[in-house]
Design a binder for this molecule. Sequence first.
Ligand SMILES: Cc1cc2nc3c(=O)[nH]c(=O)nc-3n(C[C@H](O)[C@H](O)[C@H](O)COP(=O)(O)OP(=O)(O)OC[C@H]3O[C@@H](n4cnc5c(N)ncnc54)[C@H](O)[C@@H]3O)c2cc1C
Length: 423
Amino acid sequence: MTTSTPTNWAGNVTFRARQVHTPSSVEELQHLVASAENIRALGTGHSFNLVADTEGDLVRLHGLPPRIDIDRRASTVTVAAGLRYAQVAQRLHEQGFALANMASLPQISIAGAVATGTHGSGEGLRGLASAVAGLRLVGAGGRLTELRREDPQGQLPGAVIGLGALGIVTDVTLDIEPAYEVAQWVYDGLSLDRLSAGFDEISGAGYSVSVFTDWHADAAQVWLKTRTDQPGAGHPGDSWLGARPADGPRHPIPTMPGTWCTVQSGIPGPWHERLPHFRPDFTPSSGAELQSELLLPRAAAREAFAALRELGDRIRPCLQISEVRTVAADDLWLSPAYRQDSVALHFTWTEDTAAVLPVLGAVENRLVPLGARPHWGKLTTIAPQDVIGRYERAPDFERLMALHDPAGVFRNAFVNGLFPRQA
Ligand SMILES: Cc1cc2nc3c(=O)[nH]c(=O)nc-3n(C[C@H](O)[C@H](O)[C@H](O)COP(=O)(O)OP(=O)(O)OC[C@H]3O[C@@H](n4cnc5c(N)ncnc54)[C@H](O)[C@@H]3O)c2cc1C
């Protein structure tokens, strides 16, 4: 089946694809790939840049059988790549299992999230792609390829955050663990001085911790998610570093209703109903916002906070909210947290691209010298060559692309900007 050309979730990108296909079987997908000059997968379209775009054909995978196969012995689940985290999490929980972490929004597709290095927060928690134990993809010529963590060739750490450039991923195998409960508290009124001086204490105060601020008002909000089965569960008290527990449900954006968010006030609940900030049933189908995010070495956090406070006057008019998270180091070649415990500085901007880009440029000018790498699925003003120059394994990824896709069937302008075609 072929449908008309879609836009992304935010509406700031209209895909240029000639056609959009929704195959109903892997065999059909293999035929599509075999006959295509240029083809890419589109997940749920939640990226804010041209990473998914193509002038060739786009494929959406929601027509494939929605497999969710749990392997209890291996502690893994193999899922259809186009499924959303919310769908997989619900089934896992029903069967007594869990993922280690989730992003703020549970509605994103597994394959798209993984391909762009999507992460949640947590000092000891790596990005979502680190949970990938295996991938099955339809590669060049329509061939099916399986990559597993234990393969001696060691390609999986290169392929997982693959920007869609190695083929169309049909199945993803994820690590799972026994289900657990999480309690979530929100604290209001943390001063930015306290955030800076106490960042280690704050980010270490829960299993997953996020801080929201606009870098202008001297106030931040802390979202603390603790596992009830781990030591230190509970909240740090009625007055914590000068902040106090919120008196009702909060949304990260102060003007939005807290009822759209996962349950707070310390009421324990299933992991998948607390780790994301947003409830799956309250997610708008399109968003009046733009997003950018930079990951920096953890040690640069205080300097980065100081730079953002200096830019607060410029940031505030086009910002909806900014979020500070932590991401543990991993070994994935194109991971912004490659071998580096990181602090992630996220910005939800207004939808006014013309107003946002110069301010984003000013933010990036200050944070790039501190070692910042942009999120693969969000906006950046950093030139592609400068972005890829920040990845020591980029040459290895380029070799992997040449191996899996010598003719460049899965390339697009975004990938070519990072890895220019050899003449
Ligand atoms: C409201 C909102 C909240 C967000 N929250 C977070 C967050 O908490 N943390 C975070 O890190 N990011 C977050 N993001 C960013 C988001 O996770 C990424 O943009 C992610 O890529 C979205 O997944 P998707 O399925 O929409 O991918 P898409 O945007 O559809 O695609 C992204 C890339 O994945 C590729 N791809 C998709 N499916 C496949 C496949 N089957 N095979 C091969 N390649 C494929 C595409 O070709 C493209 O290159 C958020 C975005 C929004 C809009």
